[in-house]
Design a protein around this ligand. Sequence first.
Ligand code: PMV
Length: 319
Amino acid sequence: MKSVSVSAPAKIILFGEHAVVYGQPAVAAPVSDLRAFAEIKIDRKLDSPKILANDLNLEFSLSERNLPDSIKYIAQSIRFITQKLNEPLLEIPWRLTLWSQIPIARGLGSSAAINVVLIKALFSATETQYTPYALNEIAFELEKLYHGRPSGIDNTVISLEQPILFQKREKVKFLDPQELYFIIGDTGIGKKTALVVKEVAARYQANNSLYNEIFQVIGEIAREGAKSLEAGNKENLGKLMDQNQHLLQQINVSCSELDHLIDVAKKKGALGAKLCGAGKGGCMVALAGNHRQAQLIATALKEAGAINSYVSKLKKEVC
Ligand code: PMV
């Protein structure tokens, strides 16, 4: 076993959240400057592996019972990953340190990013070869443990670290976007994806034909959005983001805080804006015409009540 240091990005969904759960295509991109990190070091002074969750200021052993909810899933993921490895990992004295810049439960893929760094760290530390696709498969298994019925978009964009057009059961399509500037605004409201997805499912059951129609239009927006992203057609991208937001409002996953930030971004000149991820809180994303405007919008969002804002430059990442 060797010492290693790894990281994984946050993600934004530019088009198609929720509809993607029902088989429609969606567009997502990594946020390279906002990352989760993991480091493994061998420490002969330890009698068993230890996990240090830096942001929570908590150290624990995998064998410990009654772990707080905030870290139970980290321990569960590590046990799941160690079962995949042909190494007596739990008998070796290592310390895994985990930290993240990605706000939790805000639609930026924090849990998928944590799972991806755990897989990368444990596989690399045991010198087990893996491809980004193998990484993605394990990350998807973990997502299913926690989120019930995930589409797989979060683990895919974070594992492959490239902008993608994603559709369940289809081969993922890598996108090659022009240089674009997006602004992420955080309402500060945490939300549980599984809960919002379940609420949408209940409304879908009650109003099947309307929801199918809406999801289909969202799917068409995502397909057109993917083309505009590659063509660098900012005006059309902005228009499609607005249309997508309107449909997300119709399925009742926006909220007044998201609508307010979206409104502020648009008034500051954003070409389009929408919520990002499950909604009912979390983050919104807006498209700017250029870097300078993106910075102005990011500042305006904070002044208008966002607890944080980030500028993300989109470009193709090499896998
Ligand atoms: O976990 P979030 O907030 O990034 O949401 C993921 C996107 C959804 O479409 C709402 C759920 C899914 O599994 O695709």
